[in-house]
Design a protein around this ligand. Structure first.
Ligand code: SF4
Length: 330
């Protein structure tokens, strides 16, 4: 490897992370954007990867996707030291976790320090001044984390003290106004970046309710992340989870999942694909068949043969969706 100064960036794909990276690239520093895939990022993953690659190329950074789904579920999601934000988002612990992993990866990339697009005071939980300190302590990467967008408001970091980075060329942005960021994006021709307000799915109220419901009945595994993203979700009286797709796209999504805890079933007429928990009794399966039929063109006065796994049920749909909606996860 060359003697070039190299930084690993926490690269969410949002504008702040892009600008933080670009500020250092402008100083001649080589930046490798680490995108941590917790599984809870919004877009479908192939589409997301394409977007990240395009936007990293645009600013002249390298991209590495780091799959941390399993580790995030095992170590962070259900036991965050600093608790949750408004929903199921453990932002402080999540940030600290990414920094900890980035720190451990420094030798592999022959990199010198870590950068993050955090802005002091921008978000209620993860980016208050004291929260930045907590992240730093929890991540055990003291002094190695440079936040180029707010650097002038923060104590000098090791990369600034050692002269690897010119502190004068960094920024002193704080608060929620995004004016400076928008101007910089315009100056550098950065377009089509992800919406600045978007946290991951864990910040979404409905998604968080589905997680809470899920863990009341079942262990939470990597495959559950994708299951929770698609379809209408029902909890049946015997404890089974039922997912009924809402359209053709979701049919394709459900069909593409690798499942060990769920059975995928279709109907004997055009309609939604559905998933039901594998370990469940015939009552829940029969009810699942009725609910799924209710979201198809099936007629309430007719009986249909629906197969779920190796069991077959002769059932009719409910007369109205309202009856099926009693089992919605709310
Ligand atoms: S919004 Fe999601 S990905 Fe971002 S820090 Fe919070 S928990 Fe982590």
């Amino acid at each position: 490897m060359s003697n070039k100064i190299r930084a690993l960036a926490l690269f969410s794909g949002g504008l702040d992370s892009l600008l933080a990276m670009k500020l250092l690239i402008e100083q001649g520093i080589e930046v490798i954007g680490l995108h941590f895939d917790t599984g809870f990022g919004g877009r479908a993953s192939e589409e997301k990867k394409r977007y990240l690659q395009e936007i990293a190329d645009k600013i002249g950074a390298k991209l590495e996707i780091v799959d941390i789904k399993e580790q995030f579920i095992q170590e962070i999601l259900f036991d965050p030291k600093y608790g949750y934000g408004k929903n199921f988002n453990p932002c402080i612990d999540c940030h600290a976790n990414m920094i900890r992993i980035a720190k451990a990866l420094l030798p592999r990339y022959d990199a010198h320090f870590i950068i993050s697009g955090e802005v002091v005071g921008q978000r209620p939980m993860s980016q208050r001044f004291d929260a930045l300190k907590k992240v730093e302590n929890l991540s055990t990467a003291d002094g190695l984390i440079l936040r180029p967008l707010s650097a002038k408001l923060l104590p000098p970091t090791i990369p600034e003290q050692k002269g690897w980075v010119d502190r004068e060329k960094l920024l002193g942005i704080s608060g929620r106004s995004r004016e400076v960021q928008m101007e910089l994006a315009k100056k550098w021709g950065i377009e089509n970046y992800e919406s600045p307000s978007g946290g991951c799915l864990l910040t979404d109220e409905n998604f968080s309710k589905k997680i809470r419901d899920h863990i009341a009945y079942d262990s939470f595994d990597v495959e559950d992340i994708e299951v929770l993203k698609w379809g209408r979700h029902f909890r049946l009286p015997g404890g089974a989870k039922l997912v009924v797709s809402r359209n053709k796209d979701e049919n394709e999504k459900l069909r593409s999942l690798t499942l060990s805890k769920y059975i995928l079933f279709s109907l004997p007429l055009p309609g939604p694909l559905s998933l039901i928990s594998k370990n469940t009794g015939p009552e829940d399966k029969e009810l699942a068949a009725r609910i799924a039929l209710t979201y198809s063109k099936a007629k309430p006065d007719e009986t249909y043969e629906v197969s779920i796994g190796d069991e077959t049920f002769n059932v009719s749909p409910f007369a109205s969706k309202t009856e099926a909606q009693r089992y919605f996860i709310k």
